[in-house]
Design a binder for this molecule. Structure first.
Ligand code: ADP
Ligand code: MG
Length: 518
């Protein structure tokens, strides 16, 4: 800051004091000041509106305002600008109150000298900047805590809801089997069935929101995703809207779940369309960006490095700040009943989080909206790319190690596998899993590990097993725990995950997929 020029505005009506302050600041050797003076509060406020000001020196007794009121009026109008009060009256009590309501400093004119004044301004500016950053961080924290809480709630409800849906759907289908197709009850049940499908769709979106659905990530080119979306959505967007892409060929690959990314881009484009009922322009742009340490600091969980930025810009109605603040909340919508669910952006937010990215919004009523998604560029490590090669397992699929501490669950898994023709060995905890693997190292083709087990958790057992056989295939099983991040972390690393309880179809499909057998 030493070398930067500081723009100071002096609001003071006594010409003698104005000259004195000016001389002191002009003589400062540590800091260069650009000083402007006005003699009324209203003029000061008008100046600050028009130009950048680093600090205000304020006299409390002015022609258009007196006392501490002078400061409070200024502070309410421009809380972002640090203010140092210069007072002719030696009044400690007012000084204390002024600082308590937000003044950076309170200096008595008769004690004033050049170095003191110049230092007070520099400290005020520095301190104010620190306070500002702190406030922003607090706000971000509050925001992310709110999203986390709403997310857990939503995901918890969705989970319960899905079970209910399964029951309703199943029994409706049974009931339909017993009714002739041309009768009214059959048609009624058809409506029930289609309503459950819609409900299931909604809950699926809710699960996205809180990292509860495991994603299938693979390296993909974001430009391709954008091109596909534009082709797919053009008929839906309509001819009134110019729908175009502006793609930066230098963007790297991202490690992403293609379906999720598609869905997210689609939601964003559809929102943009809704914001332009009488036409406009919708642009999807990609660009390669670097996020510096400093920029990353402003956002917890955001790592510095190379990112792809996808910008979805429309020339639509835009949003006031009270709307932009809430758009990512599930069920927040400004659309009429039946028009919006308020889940579109909640889903997008969840997807971006699952991809270690960041989303933000720039919008102004009447001037359109830009949503920006940052996704990290991956130098994709080869061992996390889908393992479709190797393991030319024939009909003899090889031995499956099932490590699961809950005996009932373990027995079910084993039975499903054996019924499908797999041979199995079992372990009841992480340590035992390692022991059993050692014994059968040559024959075991794949390990099925519960994430949470006594003695050693699934991940740690896997790491040890991998030391014995670096090419070993693994599947992790996880129970439902709204607070656990393990599943999320494993999915992030590209591991196959099975959510308990699972159907035989899911278990067998996952095992076969990992083994590369049909
Ligand atoms: P929905 O579209 O069902 O209302 P979303 O979560 O997709 O739910 O969006 C939430 C709200 O955010 C919308 O109702 C709208 O008020 C606002 N919004 C989202 N995108 C835009 C946009 N591009 N322009 C203006 N407002 C938008
Ligand atoms: Mg929407």
């Amino acid at each position: 800051m030493e070398n930067d020029q500081l723009h100071v505005i002096v609001i003071e009506d006594n010409p003698g004091d104005v000259d004195l302050v000016r001389q002191m600041l002009d003589a400062s050797v540590t800091t260069a000041f650009e000083v402007q003076c006005v003699d009324r509060l209203s003029d000061g406020l008008a100046r600050i509106e028009r130009q950048a000001v680093d600090c205000v020196l304020l006299d409390l007794t002015l022609p258009d305002s007196t006392g501490l009121d002078t400061f409070t009026k200024l502070h309410q109008a421009v809380p972002m600008i640090p203010t140092v009060i210069l007072s002719g009256i030696d009044d400690e009590a007012t000084a204390v109150r002024a600082v308590a309501v937000g003044a950076q400093d309170f200096l008595f004119k008769h004690e004033l000298n050049g170095p003191l004044l110049s230092r007070a301004i520099r400290y005020a500016v520095g301190r104010h900047a620190v306070e500002q950053t702190l406030r922003e961080k607090e706000e971000q924290l509050r925001q992310s805590q709110k999203m986390e809480a709403v997310g857990s709630l939503a995901a918890g409800i969705a989970h319960e809801f899905n079970n209910l849906m399964q029951a309703i759907q199943g029994h409706t289908t049974f009931a339909m089997d017993g009714v002739p197709k041309d009768e009214q009850p059959y048609r009624d049940l058809q409506v029930v069935l289609s309503a459950t499908k819609r409900a299931a769709n909604l809950t699926r979106q809710l699960l996205h929101f809180n990292r509860k659905e495991t994603c299938r990530k693979e390296p993909l080119n974001p430009n391709d995703a954008v091109r596909e979306i534009i082709e797919l959505l053009s008929p839906v967007i309509g001819e009134e809207i110019r729908f175009e892409a502006d793609l930066d060929d230098s963007v790297g690959a991202v490690f992403a779940d293609g379906t999720m990314l598609h869905q997210a881009l689609m939601n964003l484009c559809l929102n943009a369309r809704d914001a332009m009922p009488s036409g406009g322009r919708l642009t999807v742009r990609t660009e390669a960006t670097m996020i510096s340490e400093q920029q990353a600091e402003a956002h917890p969980e955001f790592e510095p490095g190379r990112y792809v930025c996808i910008l979805i810009t429309d020339t639509g109605c835009g949003m006031p700040p009270e709307v932009t603040q809430r758009i990512f909340e599930p069920f927040f919508t400004t659309k009429e009943v039946g028009q919006g669910t308020g889940l579109g952006l909640a889903m997008v937010y969840g997807v971006v989080q699952q991809h270690d990215g960041l989303i933000d919004v720039i919008s102004e009523p009447g001037s359109g909206t830009t949503l920006r998604i940052y996704l990290p560029v991956h130098g994709v490590p080869s061992d996390v790319c889908r393992q479709a090669t190797g393991q030319e397992a024939g009909s003899k699929a090889g031995l499956v190690l099932v490590a699961e501490d809950d005996e009932m669950v373990r027995k079910i898994l084993v039975r499903i596998l054996q019924t499908a023709g797999f041979l199995t060995v079992e372990a009841a905890d992480g340590e035992e899993a390692i022991g059993v693997f050692q014994q059968h190292a040559k024959d075991i083709a794949i390990v099925l590990l519960d994430v949470v087990m006594p003695k050693r958790d699934g991940r740690s057992a896997y790491d040890r097993i991998r030391e014995m056989n670096p090419g070993i295939k693994a599947i992790f099983c996880t129970g439902y725990d709204p607070r656990s991040n393990e599943a999320h972390d494993l999915a992030k690393e590209g591991f196959a995950l099975i959510q308990k309880p699972c159907t035989p179809e899911v278990l067998l499909a996952t095992v076969r997929k990992q083994l590369g057998t049909p």
